[in-house]
Design a protein. Structure first.
Length: 261
């Protein structure tokens, strides 16, 4: 009688493709990027009420500010995907764009909220619309390669699904957090006006061990170029001054001049 012994071949096991597992820490780190990807649009949609309620823009202007940047976004998204897919660099085809897009989106988001009632509705409309286009361009450069990178982090369908589930769960918290901006912006104990609140940037420093500094608020002001001179009321009489005039003495201690001349 012949006896056959079946043994497990280690060679067969090693030749079998194993699905790449993404550690939970990497899933969470990737999900934080999704939080940013969702937070900017969520906050933008919530804070848009400032344009109508505080700055007096018409519904038509409000609609154009929503529509035109999205139209540009629809055209640039496929283009960004094409560029990212064909990019070769020492940092990969996705990471450079994610970094550059994050910087552009973050800075332009701060810039486009530097709105003042005194500038007038028309100026504020074009100013906000222009920076909105730059902001959505930055978001395109960030988000298209970022999402594509997620699908390349594992060759296993189910692991990619788990990655996106974690990322979306973290990202959806943006829509829970953003509406609280209304409460903060329109609370007089926080800010004198909603537009002032939108112009304010808060800095918090963490040491990595759970320690967090006290909040530090600062106003970020973007100054216009070649704006008309603005003079306040001068006690005791009126002051006549035309832009591009040389410096003119008002009193022994006050002189008015065109700073961008």
């Amino acid at each position: 009688m012949t006896t056959t012994t079946l043994t497990k071949s280690t060679d067969l096991i090693s030749d079998t493709p194993q699905p790449s597992i993404i550690p939970m820490s990497q899933k969470v780190a990737f999900g934080i990027g999704m939080l940013a990807n969702q937070m900017f649009p969520a906050a933008l949609g919530i804070f848009m009420v400032i344009l109508v309620e505080s700055l007096g823009m018409s519904p038509l202007m409000w609609g154009l500010i929503f529509f035109l940047p999205k139209l540009v976004d629809a055209l640039t998204d496929p283009l960004m995907g094409y560029i990212s897919d064909r990019t070769e660099s020492r940092w990969g085809k996705r990471r450079p764009f994610v970094f550059i897009g994050a910087v552009i989106a973050g800075l332009s988001y701060i810039a486009m909220w530097q709105l003042y009632e005194d500038n007038g509705i028309t100026y504020n409309f074009w100013y906000f619309l222009g920076w909105s286009v730059v902001f959505f361009l930055g978001m395109t450069i960030f988000s298209v390669p970022y999402v594509a990178m997620g699908y390349e982090m594992s060759d296993d369908y189910h692991e990619r699904t788990r990655l996106m589930a974690v990322a979306q769960w973290i990202g959806q918290w943006a829509w829970v957090i953003a509406p609280w901006g209304w409460v903060v912006l329109y609370d007089p104990e926080w800010f004198a006006s909603a537009t002032e609140g939108a112009r304010t940037v808060r800095f918090t420093v963490a040491d990595g061990d759970g320690g967090i500094s006290v909040n530090y608020d600062t106003m970020v002001t973007v100054s216009g170029v070649n704006d008309a001179s603005v003079e306040g009321a001068i006690e005791g009489g009126a002051l006549a001054y035309t832009e591009d005039d040389p410096a003119t003495a008002v009193t022994s201690t006050i002189t008015v001049s065109d700073v961008d001349d």
